[in-house]
Ligand binder design. Structure first.
Ligand SMILES: Nc1ncnc2c1ncn2[C@@H]1O[C@H](COP(=O)(O)OP(=O)(O)OP(=O)(O)O)[C@@H](O)[C@H]1O
Ligand SMILES: [Mg+2]
Length: 511
């Protein structure tokens, strides 16, 4: 009685060790090794092994203890040998005298030499959802009085522990596989979506912008994207990233205007546990998340002066510290920034640091407003009509001439975004196959707003015309005033005077 009590308590403590070995690591193989070692140590098994069923229907020895030779490429088929039969039937098999069993394959070791004495073999299946995914087998000394049922029961519990570990590992692997697949697919989609060709337009100003993008994309240069709201700055930022060598690394966006001053630094640089109240865990900042890739600082004109100082340091030294940490972190990140603010005015007013401004202004891309690229309007209209017809399952074929006239004569203060919204609304309102004027918002339908009635003075009209001519000339000469003056058949002095009078931003043309 005392002896069987002792055996019972040994079994329990073995099970405890087994379950902690299995839960201690995500590496199933090494956990199985540990389990077999524990079994051998406490129960005097001579040899033990775990085989697992692979996708190709073969059983491989996953772990073993006490086998003579290398066991890793020993394979069985389902139904073959004792182990194969156990997996096939999902039931344990006991072979009390191995020497008397013809089905015994003895593939993993030369038992006949190793053992002078008679051996028994006990093999139980590892069951997952009632199906055998493998088996655990042990050799023990043959004893006529041995209680094999107990051994089977005991190994059954060990096997069910193993099954749990296998289940968890498979869940994790499936998840991982799914995530990797999803990730590759998403990256591909992003790449296609943000190809240069996703930016619609063939007008002069847009072509000039493409050229600049192509020039700078491959380099690691910091890029500043300027332009009015809704002109496509974010699209440009994406296209630069996905056409650079960093395309397969992350593109991380920070909307500086959307984050309150108190949060922006922790978002950018991350923090250590306990850095401030509420910092319950260490958190990586966007700079770290963008490692190897591109960090897009949208609306950079809105960041506060303290954050500007820190940003300047990252730009200069390529390093920073997490909030609440003294450890310096090096980063390899390309910076792309965008703003619709008048940065020069902000610098003059002291709300934007001049040194940061110069650091950011290494290469500036101006995204032209829609009113300066009316030639692209029809292309954009086609693009959006097709996109929204598809999205909203409508079969819109065309847009009427009066409606096009209305779109053409409107001044588009909200730029491409406003055009996009206008056309989505039109598609939703349209029941037939043709978009008409009455599908457009009222603001476009009034002649006044659309600019078809001119109520300006002659002086203003002439002024606007002059300004246009000067801008065109500067565009052609890439900002060279002397050449522009010659083109316009005037003197540089007169040109300079008009540039100032009409507040023409010459720098826009110099890039
Ligand atoms: N050339 C273009 N071709 C196709 N779509 C465009 C183009 N330009 C802009 N868009 C679309 O217009 C919308 C506004 O663009 P985006 O968000 O890039 O503008 P933004 O300049 O960043 O504006 P904001 O300053 O308001 O943030 C987006 O839906 C974008 O896809
Ligand atoms: Mg934007």
């Amino acid at each position: 009685m005392a002896a069987s009590d002792a055996r019972e308590s040994r079994r329990l403590s073995t099970l405890l060790e087994v379950s902690s070995a299995l839960s201690g690591t995500l590496n199933l193989r090494s956990a199985l090794h540990k389990v077999l070692e524990i079994l051998t140590k406490h129960h005097g098994y001579i040899r033990s092994l775990v085989t697992m069923l692979h996708d190709n229907g073969e059983l491989h020895i996953e772990a073993s203890d006490g086998l003579d030779g290398p066991s890793h490429n020993v394979k069985y088929r389902i139904g073959e040998g004792i182990i194969g039969r156990v997996v096939e039937s999902g039931r344990p098999i006991v072979v009390p005298r191995v020497s008397k069993e013809p089905a015994f394959l003895n593939r993993a070791t030369k038992r006949s030499e190793a053992a002078k004495e008679e051996l028994s073999f006990v093999c139980v299946p590892i069951l997952l959802n009632r199906r055998a995914v493998g088996a655990i087998g042990v050799d023990l000394k043959f004893r006529a009085d041995r209680d094999y049922d107990r051994t089977v029961k005991f190994l059954g519990i060990v096997a069910s522990n193993i099954a749990q570990a296998v289940k968890i590992q498979r869940l994790i692997e499936d998840d991982k596989k799914r995530l990797v697949q999803e990730n590759t697919q998403l990256r591909q989609e992003l790449k296609e979506r943000y190809d240069f060709s996703s930016i619609i337009g063939t007008s002069g100003p847009v072509r000039q912008m493409y050229e600049q993008m192509a020039q700078v994309a491959a380099a690691n240069t910091t890029v500043m994207i300027r332009g009015e709201s809704g002109t496509g700055k974010e699209l440009v930022a994406h296209a630069i990233h996905y056409n650079s060598q960093r395309a397969n690394k992350p593109f991380v966006k920070v909307s500086c205007a959307a984050l309150p001053d108190s949060l922006i630094e922790s978002e950018l640089f991350g923090y250590e546990k306990g850095a401030f109240t509420g910092a319950e865990q260490r958190k990586k900042g966007r700079f770290e998340l963008a490692e190897g890739g591109t960090l897009f600082l949208d609306e950079i004109g809105d960041i506060n002066l303290t954050t500007q100082v820190k940003l300047l340091r990252v730009l200069q030294e390529r390093e920073f510290e997490r909030l609440g940490s003294t450890e310096t972190i090096k980063v390899n990140v390309r910076l792309v920034a965008a703003t619709n603010k008048d940065m020069e005015r902000a610098v003059a007013a002291g709300t934007f640091r001049e040194d940061l401004y110069y650091r950011l202004n290494v290469f500036t891309i101006f995204v032209p407003p829609l009113r300066e690229r009316k030639a692209d309007l029809l292309l954009l209209v086609d693009h959006f009509l097709e996109k929204f017809s598809r999205e909203h399952r409508k079969s819109i074929k065309r847009i009427s001439t009066p409606a096009i006239d209305m779109l053409m004569s409107y001044h588009w203060p909200g730029n491409v975004r406003e055009l996009e919204n206008t056309l989505e609304r039109a598609v939703l309102m349209c029941d037939g196959q043709v978009i008409h004027g009455h599908h457009l918002p009222p603001s476009l339908q009034t002649a006044e707003a659309s600019g078809t009635v001119t109520r300006v003075s002659l002086a203003d009209a002439v002024g606007a015309f002059e300004k246009d001519l000067i801008q065109d000339a500067l565009k052609t000469t890439r900002g060279n005033r002397a050449k522009a003056a010659r083109l316009l058949d005037t003197t540089e002095r007169v040109l300079n005077y008009k540039v100032r009078k009409y507040a023409v931003d010459v720098r826009r043309f110099t890039n």
